[in-house]
Design a protein around this ligand. Structure first.
Ligand code: CTP
Length: 402
C-alpha cells in the first residue's frame, strides 16, 4: 500500500522521537519516498543527520536556510503538495493543540496547513495529559478535520507512570495506516483473479510455441488492484517481471493447460476476473520426450490441437463474478470484440488492435477501447500500460457501483 508513495514525516519534541528512525527505515523498506520535517525541540531527541541519512533526503526544520552564505527558504507549500501522506509522529499535546487551532509558528505547522493529503497523527504524551479533557477535545477537533488519529499504546511512560500515552510502535503505525488505506479503498474486501503473460506449449524438452507477450498489462492491472485495496491472485505465464506485494499472490504457470487448472482453483471464490493473458490457441498434440533431431530432406510436420479457451470456461462457470476479457485484433476490431464479449459471457471487453502503433503486446504502452455488455464503447488515447490499468479499473469500479 505504501510502495511508491511520497510520505512526509513530521516529528515533534517528545522522547518517542528516537523511535522515528525505525519508522523511517520501515517506510523506506515498504517502498515509500520519505522526507522529514522536524520541530526544533524534536531535534533534541533525534539527530537530523540520522534522519537525513535514513530518509535519503535533507531534513528540514526552519523557514529560512542559510547554505554557504546563501539565504533561501524551505518551501512549506511545495513540501505539503509533494506529500501523498503526512504522518505526524510523535505528536505532542502542544503541536496537536496548535494544529487544531491554526497556529503556524514553525515549519511543521505551516506545512500541515498547506498539505492537501491525508494526515495521520500518533500522539505521545504522559498518561494524565493524554486523558485530559482539553487533549480529548483537540483529538475530536482534528478528527473532525478529517485527520486520522493513530491511538497511543499502553505501557511504561518516560515519567515512570504506566498507562496510555506511548506513541504507537513504528510497525504498528505502518500497519494502522495500511489497514486504514485499504478500508477506504474502492476494492476493499474484493478478491480479484488476473491472468497474465504468454503461455509456452512444449514441443520437446527444449522447444516450445510461445508469443511476444511480456505480461506487463496483467502485472499493471494486478498492481493497481492491490493499490485499490483488493486481494489479488495473479496467474502468470512465463515472464521476466517481478512483484513484491503482500496483497498479490503470484501463481506461476507455463502452459495453457496449467493456466486453466490454476484459474479454476480460484475462480469460484473471486469477485472480479480479468483475462489479460495471451493464451496459445493451439498446443502440440504430442510432446516429444527427447529433443527432436532435424531431418535432412523432408519438411517438419507438427500436429497441433486446440487448447481450452480459459476465458470462455470462466464465462460458462460464472455466477456473480464481474468478468473482463481482452480482444487483440488486426482487423474488424469492434465486430470481433463484440462477438467475443457475447460468446464468452463477459461484462466488459478491452479491445486493442495492432493497427494502432504502440498498442497490443510486447510494448510498454497500449491504446484501448472498452466495450460493455450494453455495447457502450469508450476509446482512450495511447498511454503507458500503468495508466491503461487505471482506466480499466475506473471503468470496472463505476460499473460495480452502478
Ligand atoms: N483467451 C483464453 N484462453 C484461450 C484463448 C484466449 O482465456 N485459449 C482469452 C484471452 O486472455 C483474452 C480473450 O480470451 O482475454 C481473447 O483472446 P484473443 O486471443 O483476442 O482471442 P481468441 O478468443 O483466442 O480468438 P482469436 O485468436 O480467434 O481472435
Amino acid at each position: 500500500m505504501l510502495s511508491g508513495k511520497n510520505i512526509l514525516l513530521g516529528i515533534t519534541g517528545g522522547i518517542a522521537a528516537y523511535k522515528t528512525t525505525f519508522l523511517v527505515r520501515l517506510l523506506i523498506k515498504a517502498g515509500a519516498s520519505v522526507k522529514v520535517v522536524l520541530t526544533e525541540s524534536a531535534s533534541s531527541f533525534v539527530s537530523p543527520l540520522t534522519l537525513t541519512t535514513l530518509s535519503k533526503n535533507a531534513v528540514v526544520m526552519d523557514f529560512v536556510k542559510n547554505e554557504d552564505n546563501e539565504i533561501s527558504w524551505n518551501n512549506h507549500v511545495k513540501l505539503g503538495l509533494w506529500a501523498d501522506l503526512f504522518i505526524i509522529a510523535p505528536a505532542t499535546a502542544n503541536t496537536l493543540s496548535k494544529m487544531a487551532n491554526g497556529v503556524c509558528d514553525n515549519l511543521l505547522l505551516a506545512t500541515y496547513l498547506s498539505a492537501k493529503c491525508p494526515v495521520y497523527f500518533a500522539p505521545a504524551m504522559d498518561l494524565d495529559m493524554y486523558k485530559h479533557s482539553s487533549t480529548k477535545a483537540t483529538f475530536d477537533k482534528l478528527t473532525s478535520f478529517g485527520n486520522v488519529m493513530i491511538p497511543a499504546e499502553s505501557g511504561e511512560l518516560a515519567s515512570g507512570l504506566v498507562g496510555e500515552g506511548r506513541m504507537a510502535e513504528p510497525e504498528n503505525i505502518i500497519s494502522f495506516i495500511e489497514q486504514h488505506l485499504i478500508k477506504g479503498s474502492p476494492l476493499c474486501n474484493k478478491t480479484v483473479l488476473i491472468t497474465a503473460g504468454p503461455t509456452h506449449e512444449a514441443i520437446d524438452p527444449v522447444r516450445y510455441i510461445g508469443n511476444k507477450s511480456t505480461g506487463t498489462m496483467g502485472f499493471e492491472l494486478a498492481k493497481k488492484a492491490a493499490e485499490l485495496g483488493a486481494k489479488v491472485f495473479l496467474i502468470s505465464g512465463p515472464t521476466n517481471l517481478e512483484l513484491n506485494n503482500n496483497q498479490i499472490t503470484i501463481v506461476p504457470v507455463v502452459s495453457a493447460k496449467q493456466m486453466y487448472k490454476a484459474v479454476h482453483e480460484y475462480f469460484s471464490d473471486v469477485d472480479i476476473a480479468i483475462s489479460a493473458a495471451a493464451v496459445a490457441d493451439y498446443t502440440p498434440k504430442n510432446v516429444s520426450e527427447q529433443k527432436i533431431k532435424k531431418q535432412e530432406a523432408e519438411p517438419m510436420q507438427l500436429e497441433l490441437e486446440r487448447t481450452q479457451d480459459i476465458l470462455l470456461s470462466m464465462g460458462n462457470a460464472k455466477t456473480n463474478q464481474f468478468l473482463v476479457g481482452f480482444a487483440l485484433e488486426t482487423q474488424n476490431v469492434f465486430d470481433n470484440a463484440k462477438k467475443k464479449l457475447v460468446k464468452k459471457n463477459l461484462d466488459l471487453i478491452v479491445a486493442n488492435t495492432l493497427e494502432d502503433k504502440g498498442a497490443g503486446f510486447g510494448t510498454s504502452t497500449n491504446k484501448i477501447t472498452l466495450l460493455d455488455k450494453n455495447l457502450n464503447e469508450k476509446t482512450f488515447d495511447l498511454k503507458p500500460k500503468s495508466e491503461v490499468a487505471s482506466d480499466i479499473w475506473s471503468a470496472i469500479i463505476t460499473k460495480l457501483d452502478a
